[in-house]
Design a protein around this ligand. Structure first.
Ligand code: SPV
Ligand code: MG
Length: 559
């Protein structure tokens, strides 16, 4: 390995969560951590700027809907901790109750916590199953000091990370045993190896905790939980030399209140109107879940599968040659084997993960009813043709875009191949040319490949004509099917040519082949993806029958 990169890597390695918790406990300042009870609340604690998380037993059991009496199994707690740890980068101190059993259970707990990235555990000197300290605390039995010291030693011996912390919680004040007993126990636990002492109190004044702190005199870091003596100014804790203050249950309580209010309002009003702007938008939930990271990963790992490709579908025209069929419907809404043409095309795109679809409507725009697309309208569709329609979708002409006529039926592999194309501009063209006297003898393409070129293949476009108005020496090689893909520079060429053609007096009559001719005239390289059938467009009434056959011939999942 390159020594420079090695030193770069080891110079500032990210601190382990265990090390960060240890530093919080050992820091000369008073530090503060906040309760969380699941992945989402843990992330919220981190975003708020806290340096650590208290995985509260009360809050964890409450979010499970059970009591703080070890009703949730320790493995259920550890499973939730894994979500919390995965969702955050700050250390988590678990409220491990009594260690869920004797010394042996604690050893296994410590191993599992280390494996799940939890930085430390706090154990209290009560008996399993415990009860929350604020419920009849004085009637709760305390553990034997020696037994609890053995548990601490077993936990310390079980840890493999030297910075994993075990905080010993003294419940003597809760159980009404007085300050001397609390100090005696705290000292015994310190000697047994506890990394810090949590002194708990249920009084509404901090006096007994402050008295403890004074006599403790910093023999080991001191941790407090001022849930009951919350009105004490924080400065008092600082002056008392408290290392770590735990705000122990405030997010579960905030969440319960917010949920009660929202539930009540929705029930009472039978509507969402009142609550909508008092709750976070769905987008905020996505953000908290890290949706952005997944979108980015999809761009990285699903590349080439069309995810970043958008499509513009031109569907403004009536389709005059279809006569009465399009009196009240635009051509793209004509049903083919029970489904509108446009619906079929949209589904073709969506199957290939091309989900950002813009449809340009015009004639009977109100009848274009297809879900999952953005619609823009070309109100002048009558007088202004294809290029004017394309200009209506100008904001979709960026990065990576497929532009297509809306009346196409294609086999899926054609789009699949187009999504694999890496040229700036690629046209799909059929080497099967219609007879010269057929009205479909149009959108003709000359390219470097001859019609007899083995199929499928790629070629370079040389010229394109919507109608054969000149007689070039060579016959056309293929017919452009009305679908193209532009990426990066290719989009710029299209947009520049569109701007150029706009200045022409006959702009209203120009079509996409004129745009492509302009790009070619500028000397830009245009790639051609040659196909041989497997597509059709609908221009005349008889095409509808052929289209229905085409649709029925598709593989079942494409029909
Ligand atoms: C917890 O948060 O579960 C605690 C602190 O143990 S307390 O509820 O105050 O006992
Ligand atoms: Mg607890």
């Amino acid at each position: 390995m390159n020594p420079t990169s090695m030193s770069a890597r080891t110079e500032n390695p990210p601190l382990r969560k265990t090390t960060r918790l240890r530093r919080l406990l050992d820091s000369p300042r008073t530090e503060f951590i906040l309760e969380a009870h699941n992945g989402l609340s843990a992330r919220i604690v981190e975003e708020a700027g806290f340096p650590g998380i208290w995985a509260s037993g009360l809050a964890l059991s409450a979010q499970f809907g059970v009591r703080d009496n070890n009703e949730a199994s320790w493995t259920q707690v550890v499973d939730m901790l894994e979500f919390m740890s995965d969702a955050t980068s700050i250390p988590i101190l678990l409220d491990g109750d009594t260690g869920y059993g004797n010394f042996n259970n604690l050893r296994r707990l410590v191993q599992k916590l280390e494996q799940r990235g939890i930085a430390g555990v706090c154990i209290e000197d009560k008996l399993f199953p415990k009860t929350n300290s604020f419920i009849d605390g004085e009637r709760q039995p305390l553990a034997e000091v020696e037994e609890f010291c053995g548990k601490i030693r077993a936990g310390k011996d079980a840890q493999t990370d030297p910075d994993f912390c075990i905080v010993a919680r003294v419940e003597a004040l809760i159980a009404g045993w007085g300050l001397d007993e609390a100090l005696r126990r705290a000292e015994a636990y310190r000697r047994a190896g506890a990394d810090a002492i949590l002194i708990h109190s249920k009084q509404s004044r901090p006096d007994e905790v402050l008295a403890f702190a004074e006599r403790w005199a910093g023999r080991a870091p001191l941790v407090i939980v001022p849930t009951k003596y919350y009105s004490t100014p924080t400065e008092v804790f600082r002056r008392a030399g408290v290392s770590l203050v735990i705000w122990a249950n405030h997010l579960i309580r905030a969440a319960a209140r917010a949920m009660q209010e929202a539930a009540r309002t929705i029930r009472e009003t039978e509507s969402l109107l009142e609550v909508e702007d008092r709750i976070v938008p769905v987008k905020e939930i996505f953000r908290l879940q890290g949706a952005e990271e997944l979108a980015e990963a999809e761009r990285r790992y699903l590349a080439g599968r069309g995810r970043d490709t958008r499509a513009v579908i031109l569907g403004a025209s009536r389709g005059e040659a279809l006569d009465g069929l399009t009196e009240s419907l635009p051509k793209v809404m004509l049903p083919v084997a029970g489904k509108p043409l446009l619906q079929r095309l949209v589904e073709t795109f969506k199957r290939q993960q091309v989900n950002d679809l813009t449809v340009v409507t015009g004639y009977r725009a109100d009848r274009v009813q297809v879900g999952g697309v953005r619609r823009v309208e070309n109100p002048d569709y009558d007088e202004h043709g294809e290029l004017a329609s394309l200009a209506c979708a100008a904001d979709a002409l960026r990065d990576d875009v497929i532009v297509t006529y809306g009346d196409l039926l294609i086999r899926g592999y054609i789009l699949d191949d187009l999504l694999d194309a890496d040229a700036p501009l690629t046209l799909v063209a059929d080497t099967r040319l219609p007879p010269r006297d057929d009205p479909q003898w149009r959108d003709l393409l000359w390219c470097t490949a001859r019609p007899e070129t083995p199929w499928p293949g790629r070629a370079r476009a040389v010229a394109i004509q919507s109608r054969l108005h000149e007689s070039p020496s060579e016959p056309p090689a293929a017919r452009w099917i009305g679908m193209l893909r532009a990426r990066g520079a290719g989009v710029t060429w299209l947009v520049e040519s569109l701007g150029r053609l706009r200045r022409r007096t006959d702009f209203a009559r120009l079509g996409l082949p004129d745009l492509l001719a302009c790009v070619l005239a500028e000397g830009h390289p245009v790639e051609v993806q040659l196909i041989h059938g497997h597509w059709m467009d609908v221009n005349r009434a008889e095409d509808l029958l052929r289209a229905a056959d085409f649709a029925r011939d598709l593989p079942a999942e494409w029909r």
